[in-house]
Design a protein around this ligand. Structure first.
Ligand SMILES: COc1ccc(Cl)c(-c2nnc3c(C)nc4ccc(C(=O)NCC(C)C)cc4n23)c1
Ligand SMILES: [Mg+2]
Ligand SMILES: [Zn+2]
Length: 317
C-alpha cells in the first residue's frame, strides 16, 4: 500500500505542464530516463493532464496520485524491467499521442488504455523471462475508486488494458506480426475492429522497444541492463543443471551480433510498419538504423582486436 502521507505530499503540488520537466518533453529525441526518479510520478500526472484524461474521465487528483504511486510501488528493481522502464514506455505512448495524432485513428478510450497499460505492463517483473504479468485489477480499481468517475468505462478499459498487456509478450508479437504487416499494407481502417486491436498491439510493442529510438549511448546502456538480466538468468539455469539459451549464456553470447539480430528481426520491422501508418514516425526509424550501424562498428572493432564480445563490449566507447 501507499502511505497517505506520500499521497498527500504528491497531491498538494499543482500539476505542472510537461515543459516544466524539460522544454523538449514532447519531442521524439527526449530521453525520459534522464528525468529524476522522484520527479516521475508528477511527470506521469502531467502527461495524463496534457492528454486530457483527467477532465474527460473526471479522475480525482488524490485518486490519480494514489494510482501512480501504487503502480510505481508494484515494480521491483531488476537491472532493466523496473519503474524507469515503465516510465520510459509510457512516455513514448505520450510522444506518439502528441506527435502522431493517435486520437485520429482511435477512440480516446483506447489511447487512455494504452497509456495505463504502458505504466502497468511489467508490474512485479522479476528480471526473468518466465513471468508475464497482466496488470493487477486492484491497481486499476484504484484509478476508478474516485468520486464521479464513469464506472461503465471501467470494464471496457480493464478489458483493453488486459489485452494490451498480454500483447507485450514478444512471442505474442511474433505470432501476429504477419497480420499487423498485412493490415499496414492493406491500409489501416479505423472502422475495422481487428485493425484497431492489431494497431494497439503494434503501438504497445513500439513503446516497449522505444529505448532503441534514442541516442546510441541510451541504446547501448539499455542493452547492458538487459544482458545483465539475461546472463543472471542463464547463470541460475546453469546452476540448476539446465543449458541456458545462447542469448542468456554469458560464455556464448556475442552481444553485438545478438543486438543486430534483434534490431533487424524485431525492432526495425516494428518501427518501419509504424511509419507505414504514421509517416511522421520516420525519425524514430532513422535512430534505430543508426544504433544498428553503431553495433556493426562495435562488432568490427572487436573482430579487429580479436576481443571477446561479452559484457566488456559496454566498456568500449
Ligand atoms: C517487447 O517485449 C520485450 C520483452 C523483453 C525484452 Cl528484454 C524486450 C527487449 N527490449 N529491448 C530489447 C533489446 C534491446 N534486445 C532484446 C534482445 C532479445 C530479446 C528477447 O526477448 N528475445 C527472445 C524473443 C525474440 C523470443 C528482447 C530484447 N529487448 C522486449
Ligand atoms: Mg514485458
Ligand atoms: Zn516492457
Amino acid at each position: 500500500q501507499v502511505s497517505l502521507e506520500e499521497v498527500m505530499r504528491h497531491a498538494m503540488v499543482p500539476i505542472p505542464p510537461p515543459q516544466f520537466f524539460d522544454p523538449d518533453m514532447d519531442k521524439f529525441h527526449y530521453i525520459p530516463r534522464n528525468l529524476a526518479y522522484d520527479q516521475t510520478p508528477l511527470a506521469v500526472m502531467s502527461m495524463f493532464e496534457d492528454m486530457g484524461f483527467i477532465s474527460r474521465h473526471r479522475i480525482g487528483r488524490e485518486t490519480l496520485t494514489k494510482f501512480v504511486l501504487m503502480v510505481r510501488k508494484g515494480y521491483r528493481d531488476p537491472p532493466y524491467h523496473n519503474w524507469a522502464h515503465a516510465f520510459a514506455v509510457a512516455h513514448f505512448c505520450y510522444l506518439m499521442h502528441k506527435n502522431l495524432g493517435l486520437q485520429d485513428l482511435f477512440g480516446e478510450l483506447e489511447v487512455f488504455a494504452l497509456f495505463v497499460a504502458c505504466l502497468c505492463h511489467d508490474i512485479d517483473h522479476r528480471g526473468t523471462t518466465n513471468s508475464y504479468q497482466v496488470a493487477s485489477e486492484s491497481v486499476l480499481a484504484a484509478l476508478y475508486s474516485s468520486e464521479g468517475s464513469v464506472m461503465e468505462d471501467y470494464e471496457k478499459v480493464l478489458d483493453l488494458v488486459k489485452d494490451i498487456v498480454l500483447a507485450t509478450d514478444l512471442a505474442h508479437h511474433l505470432k501476429i506480426v504477419d497480420d499487423i504487416n498485412a493490415m499496414a499494407k492493406a491500409g489501416y481502417d479505423k472502422n475495422n475492429l481487428k485493425h484497431r486491436r492489431l494497431l494497439l498491439c503494434l503501438l504497445m510493442t513500439s513503446c516497449d522497444l522505444s529505448d532503441q529510438t534514442k541516442t546510441w549511448m541510451n541504446s547501448k546502456k539499455i542493452a547492458e541492463l538487459i544482458y545483465q538480466e539475461f546472463f543472471s538468468q542463464g547463470d541460475m539455469e546453469r546452476k540448476m543443471g539446465r543449458n541456458p539459451s545462447e542469448m542468456m549464456d554469458r560464455c556464448k553470447a556475442c552481444i553485438p551480433e545478438l543486438q543486430i539480430g534483434f534490431l533487424d528481426g524485431i525492432a526495425l520491422p516494428v518501427f518501419r510498419t509504424l511509419t507505414q501508418i504514421f509517416p511522421d514516425a520516420v525519425v524514430v526509424v532513422k535512430a534505430v538504423e543508426n544504433n544498428r550501424l553503431m553495433w556493426t562498428r562495435v562488432a568490427k572493432k572487436l573482430k579487429d582486436l580479436n576481443l571477446p564480445s561479452n559484457m566488456d563490449v559496454f566498456k568500449m566507447n
